[in-house]
Design a protein around this ligand. Structure first.
Ligand code: GLU
Ligand code: ZN
Length: 289
């Protein structure tokens, strides 16, 4: 197995936007600077929200931005059997239970464990499945994020009432199948990490190392507007998007916006102060212009 295997795992719910390109870029730079491999995985479990047209646009866009994966692109929908096997294994450990609580009966915040007494009961298709988290560890050792308070998630759902495997379970199984050693992603996913690591540990997998980089903020210190952030990037002009990112990262001596995507990628990978910069910015959990 490679010493380092990273990944970018976009959801196939829409075209890539600035934040997704940043996530692809940071994970890519980190992998390349460690002479590692870098993979693309399509998160497409939610069949109502995920569309083939988005998968095509995401892959086309990543290609236009010069991101070449080290192996073939995989999709979560090809791994249902693997997720099912993981579920059975967790159930055999008597960690799972069917939850029949209605959304209305639950307040916001961690699930209070109303149905925990049902541990070991047959998991029927019509109810959600939760995992007993009483021995879950909430501390996160992070390569990038510094201080972060993680809210306990309570007994979280591993399989939804509608039959879909939850992202937390799928993601933990994916990292194992793909041999991922490093998960570098945005701080918005930090809360997911203890849940994924918990499943990893329960299943006896080796845990990847995690690094969560800060979110972007605009010049005035306010978060980039949802509009700007959610707008699809123009994949016919990757240099323009890379130039915006370079500006957000306060980088000098950048290539020109008209330069080829690979010139930009080589430039980013050559910067050995970029990850330290992200770590520094993590104190505020944001990255300012
Ligand atoms: N597909 C999810 C997202 O885009 C998860 C990404 C990840 O685990 O890196 O938010
Ligand atoms: Zn319940």
């Amino acid at each position: 197995m490679a010493q380092y295997r990273g990944r970018f795992a976009p959801s196939a719910t829409g075209p890539l936007h600035l934040g997704s390109i940043l996530a692809a870029l940071v994970s890519y730079i980190h992998a390349k600077q460690h002479h590692g491999e870098w993979l693309i995985r399509i998160d497409d479990l939610d069949e109502k929200r995920c569309k083939q047209i988005h998968v095509d646009s995401i892959l086309e866009c990543l290609d236009a931005f010069g991101f070449r994966p080290s192996g073939s692109v995989c999709r979560q929908t090809d791994r249902i059997t693997d997720y099912q096997n993981a579920l059975v294994s967790l159930d055999n450990q008597r960690r799972l239970y069917p939850c029949t609580c209605t959304r209305k009966s639950l307040l916001k915040g961690p699930y209070p464990g109303f149905c925990r007494h049902q541990i070991g009961q047959t998991l029927i298709a019509e109810s959600a499945v939760r995992i007993d988290t009483s021995d879950m560890d909430l501390t996160v050792d992070d390569l990038i994020a510094t201080s972060s308070i993680i809210q306990p998630p309570g007994d979280f759902i591993v399989k939804r009432r509608d039959g879909l495997f939850a992202y937390q379970l799928a993601c933990a199984v994916d990292e194992q199948i793909d041999g991922i050693t490093h998960v570098i992603r945005g701080i918005d996913l930090l809360d997911s990490t203890p849940m994924q690591r918990f499943i990893t540990q329960c299943l006896g997998y080796e845990s990847p190392t995690y690094g969560h980089f800060p979110v972007l903020v605009g010049a005035d210190g306010a978060k980039l507007s949802k509009q700007t952030f959610a707008e699809p990037v123009d994949w016919t002009r990757p240099g323009e998007t890379f130039a915006v990112i370079a500006r957000l990262l306060l980088l000098n001596d950048t290539p020109r916006p008209t330069d080829h995507a690979h010139v930009w990628l080589d430039f980013f990978v050559s910067l050995d102060n970029l990850i330290p910069k992200l770590i520094k910015a993590s104190h505020a959990n944001t990255l300012s212009l």
